[in-house]
Design a protein around this ligand. Sequence first.
Ligand SMILES: NC(=O)c1ccc[n+]([C@@H]2O[C@H](COP(=O)([O-])OP(=O)(O)OC[C@H]3O[C@@H](n4cnc5c(N)ncnc54)[C@H](O)[C@@H]3O)[C@@H](O)[C@H]2O)c1
Length: 331
Amino acid sequence: MRILVTGGAGYIGAHVVRLLLGRGDDVVVADDLVFGDADRIPGIRVLRVDLASVDAVAPLATCLREERIDAVLHFAARKQVAESVERPAWYFQQNIGGLANLLMAMEEAGVTRLVFSSSAAVYGSVSGATISEDAVTQPVNPYGRTKLVGEQLVHDAGRSFGVSAVSLRYFNVAGSATPELADRATTNLVPMVFQRIDAGLPPQIFGDDFDTPDGTCVRDFVHVLDVAQAHLVAVDSTEAGRGDHEVFNVGTGEGTSVRRMIEKIVEVAGSSLVPEVVERRAGDAGVVVASAGKIRERLGWRATYGLDEIVGSAWEAHTAGRAVPGIASSR
Ligand SMILES: NC(=O)c1ccc[n+]([C@@H]2O[C@H](COP(=O)([O-])OP(=O)(O)OC[C@H]3O[C@@H](n4cnc5c(N)ncnc54)[C@H](O)[C@@H]3O)[C@@H](O)[C@H]2O)c1
């Protein structure tokens, strides 16, 4: 298959590019390389474009046509919750504007297979039991709202010009296949704890008075390689022109408390720092764990890596990144 991967120079996209190449697909990446890094995808053709720019549709459509693209995997988006609260209009311009431009280009080029990177952020502060895809969607921040509106736009494109799409709602993605592919953002828990350890500061737990067994938030940590693999089965399940849209959670179905995760990271890092409890952050739900049954039954996907592999691979990538010039361990 010939696949366009938007945001393919980013953390998750670059993992997917590797798996696609590994199974013999032909890959082209579209990325503005602002947060992405071309070193993650050596030898891959990159269309350098800001998807959200008004001028993006024509080069995207040309690329789709000339490269005879069969399907698009759309990762390119801004993903920092706090920033989205500060700049909501810009987040919509970036995430929804970018998706709208991409869909216009796909319509123009007659490409109708799509996998969209959504997020568990669409559920908002749903808490308690595992969350299934038909749970209420009430995102609590602009970032989550861009993902929900994105899903709706993808759905509408199915009705309008036959897009056959899958939206994947990732839970807490972590780990790394190799040092170059590591998550360099410091807003996710694992890189955030690494940063504190590097600085000799105690990792922070945001609140320990939630209604959970140890009082700290419970999350569903899923290895990035498992997430990447989900995209392969997702794109294979689409069919040109079928005009359908399916939504799947991508998680393990297992909850891990933030305290346990931080203790694991500290242990793997060989650190003696003791986590400190600080104030809750606004909008944090107590328990956010995927119900992972739908994707298992419909697409035959299940997570294969556990916590040891997630934390071990992330730490390995982090320490190697510190030693390799040109690979920043955090950003
Ligand atoms: N990492 C997570 O835990 C997580 C969880 C849920 C959902 N997601 C979603 O998955 C996708 C990928 O996330 P990631 O962690 O790999 O992020 P990332 O920042 O590492 O990668 C995103 C890539 O998209 C590119 N990009 C962003 N906006 C662009 C634009 N307007 N034009 C062109 N390129 C643009 C960036 O340069 C980068 O290469 C995003 O859509 C994100 O919202 C991520």
